[in-house]
Design a protein. Sequence first.
Length: 197
Amino acid sequence: MKRITVAITGASGAIYALRTVRALLMHRVAVDVVISEFGWMLLRDEAGFEGKQRDFGGFIQELYGVSVDNMALHPLKDLAATLASGSAQSDGMVVVPCSMKTLASIAHGLSRNLIERAADVALKERRTLIIVPRETPMNLIQLRNMVAVAEAGAAVVPAMPAFYQKPETFDDLADFVVGRILSLLRIEHDLYPAWEG
Ligand SMILES: Cc1cc2nc3c(=O)[nH]c(=O)nc-3n(C[C@H](O)[C@H](O)[C@H](O)COP(=O)(O)O)c2cc1C
């Protein structure tokens, strides 16, 4: 069974995170979730997550009707979690959506919380690290931070949906980006029809 870490930070686009977790669970992938403080806020403001108990598993189950047996939620501050060590099994990590702040931290190897540390570990272990930045417009520092993580081995997948597949819902739009993420993780999917020329 593949094991993927999904980090959710405080950039707009909580739907990308939720649809990513849904798609991974539906493909029988074990998912380790870490959510930043602003990530929780955006889940509340954009997705209606009533976060007092922080029962993220219950929320996903209710929203999509998928089993969350293979999902684990890790506290942001738990730098002793398995995700913080290169010796633990992991088949990759996705930061979705990725704020410019967390992008900057990853680009500069700060490792101050479990998201930043797990990304640092993914890079040093040469594992797939997918960064899904969301900001517009972008300044030169932000662009340079994207170059830095790409040079270090990460895949930069901007939250930038396409329209040629004729999306009808927000979920369709988000699933275009989620499909690109799954493709990079080498997970076959049918989240959007393949372009046939
Ligand atoms: C409603 C709201 C929307 C935001 N959207 C973005 C965004 O799209 N991109 C971004 O880089 N930061 C955005 N921010 C700012 C980040 O949340 C802020 O920089 C925060 O410190 C990020 O912390 P984190 O990376 O630990 O989640 C937003 C903040 C709020 C309150």
